[in-house]
Design a protein around this ligand. Structure first.
Ligand code: G4P
Length: 525
């Protein structure tokens, strides 16, 4: 198969949802279709359950699981599908944001009874920022659900995107009869006990009396009314608005019952974008360009504490990636060869000789990579789109064992490269501040420093509201600001100036007193 065909057949996407909406179940059913797994239950959820906050073994176990399920590739009907998993726990939101930079589209799972929930709204903001096309799967129709029109309105309003139902549910809960697929014009009947996949009944015109004989007069009548309304309210599906991320196609189903999943997959494969151009600081890079380029969006530490090896996840943006070939690590200017890059097929890893745009390759790493690094065939490119966000929680980190200060420094350094949290060093007193999205990270860091680096640390409280990256064209005002706010100035890991505001009021005052200074809440602007 030629290079262009290889690119065209790739679909790289993430499934996102609020915890418990059914992301893991849907992923598993998609893998079953792809023949990547053969029994349900083979994919363990990588979500870190709320109860796990103080159960470190549980965290460790789940970290292990999340390596295995980080990327799941499979072949289906001539397509190469790459599903990128995202941690469900909101304390790991940054990890999810970064994973979203490596996908070309997204499937959002919404619980039909609960509607759009907080975490989904947040994740959708990231999709919107990046103009990522989304498809919505409304799950758990076998349970009593909200009215489908109400759900669509909610999605439209809460996720701020127009919707386009491509299937329509007939009833819900115990009265759930099936879905009418508006895309294929087929009726699929629901049978909760049945996991066997059947072809739908083709009904071109839903006024056909055959509908009555299949689902009964009452259901047929109300389905007709609703479908007429649907067709009146929502225009026919068009590819461009979906691809431009202004319209989200919507499917209804039940992942647990494997219902509506195949239709979702078939439609997804037809409409979802192929590997898209990637934005580097220097230029846009087309997936079809001959020369290899890629970037690291995730680093995972090895589970074995005796080997501090890590796995860097490299997203291929252009060209063909080949094993044992010299590539440039742009940040440190070194040429590197990768002798054992791995591909991820479902829950298995295997060494590969080549990979194509859209694919994710795992590179064993001993500390050369950090998140955001670009690798190329020689061109000095810097891929964009992996910003750090201002953390929500801050604590001083202190050495608790003076004999192990080197180990602690190294451990902190490597954990920050992995993107576990952010480090800020005060310009006033040199103290180190760790910033995180959720409280769980502090415990993970402490645990990992001890178990992987033999270093112990303790935290001390610090009262901070936000970290803002500052910049100004007005050098005099910037110097003045830094002098006046010296107690609140810190450097991030790349040596950039960060203003650590201790309250919203203080930040507001600073913004109004220093008009020529830009305050940014993400590190990339
Ligand atoms: P998540 O990854 O989004 O967090 O959700 P997950 O798939 O783990 O699903 C959360 C719960 O919802 C699971 O039940 C799962 O079985 C259930 N579920 C998923 N899809 C459907 C569906 O279509 N209908 C119904 N009725 N339930 C569904 P659990 O009891 O929390 O876990 P488990 O013990 O079944 O694994």
């Amino acid at each position: 198969m030629g290079f262009t065909e290889e690119i065209k057949r790739r679909r790289t996407f993430a499934i996102i949802s609020h915890p418990d909406a059914g992301k893991t179940t849907l992923t598993e059913k998609l893998l079953l279709f792809g023949g990547a797994i053969h029994v349900a239950g083979a994919v363990k959820s990588n979500k870190i359950k709320k109860t796990a906050t103080s159960d470190f073994m549980e965290i460790e176990k789940q970290r292990g699981i999340s390596v295995a399920t980080s990327v799941m590739g499979f072949e289906y009907d001539g397509y190469k599908v790459n599903i990128l998993d995202t941690p469900g726990h909101q304390d790991f939101a940054e990890d999810t944001f970064r994973t979203l930079t490596a996908v070309d589209s997204v499937i959002i799972v919404v619980d039909a009874a609960k509607g759009v929930e907080a975490q989904t709204r947040k994740l959708m903001e990231v999709c919107r920022m990046r103009n990522t096309p989304v498809i919505v799967f409304i799950n758990k129709m076998d349970r009593p659900s909200k009215d489908p029109f109400e759900l669509l309105d909610e999605v439209e309003e809460e996720l701020k995107i127009k919707v386009q139902p491509l299937s329509w549910p007939i009833g819900n809960g115990t009265e759930f009869k099936g879905v009418y697929n508006l895309f294929e014009k087929n009726l699929y009947l629901f049978d909760p006990g049945k996991q066997v996949l059947e072809e739908g009944v083709s009904i071109e015109d839903f006024n056909d009396p055959v509908l009555n004989s299949i689902i009964g007069d009452d259901s047929a009548e109300s389905a007709r009314e609703e479908l007429e309304l649907v067709q009146g309210v929502y225009p026919d599906f068009e590819m461009d608005p979906y691809r431009e991320a202004s319209v989200a196609p919507v499917f209804f189903g039940s992942a647990l019952n494997n219902f509506g999943v195949r239709e979702l997959l078939h439609c997804f494969l037809q409409i979802a974008p192929t590997p898209q151009p990637s934005k580097a600081e220097e230029r846009m890079v087309d997936a079809g360009e001959e020369k290899f380029t890629g970037f690291v969006f995730k680093i995972h530490a090895n589970m074995d504490p005796n080997h501090r090896n890590r796995l860097a996840f490299l997203k291929i943006c252009s060209g063909k990636f080949q094993r044992n070939t010299n590539y440039l690590h742009v940040r440190n200017g070194k040429n590197m060869k990768f002798s054992s890059p791995t591909a991820f097929m479902a829950d298995k890893k295997s060494i590969i000789d080549e990979a194509y745009p859209g694919d994710i390759v795992g590179i064993p790493d001993t500390g050369n990579f950090k998140i955001g690094d670009t690798v190329t065939q020689g061109e000095k490119l810097h891929y964009k789109g992996l910003p750090s966000f201002s953390p929500e929680l801050f604590r001083y980190i202190e050495n608790d064992d003076p004999m192990k200060s080197k180990q602690l420094a190294k451990g902190i350094d490597q954990l920050m490269d992995e993107g576990v949290a952010q480090l800020f060093v005060s310009q006033f007193n040199g103290r180190k501040v760790i910033g995180t999205v959720g409280a769980l990270q502090f415990e993970v860091i402490q645990y990992r420093l001890l178990h992987e680096y033999g270093a112990s640390c303790r935290y001390e409280p610090i009262n901070l509201h936000k970290a803002c990256w500052i910049r100004s064209e007005d050098e005099k005002e910037l110097a003045d600001f830094k002098k006046r706010k010296v107690q609140y100035m810190a450097k991030d890991k790349s040596g950039r100036d960060v203003f650590m505001a201790d309250s919203a009021y203080m930040l507001q005052m600073a913004q109004s007193n220093f008009k020529n200074i830009e305050f940014h809440f993400t590190s990339e602007f």
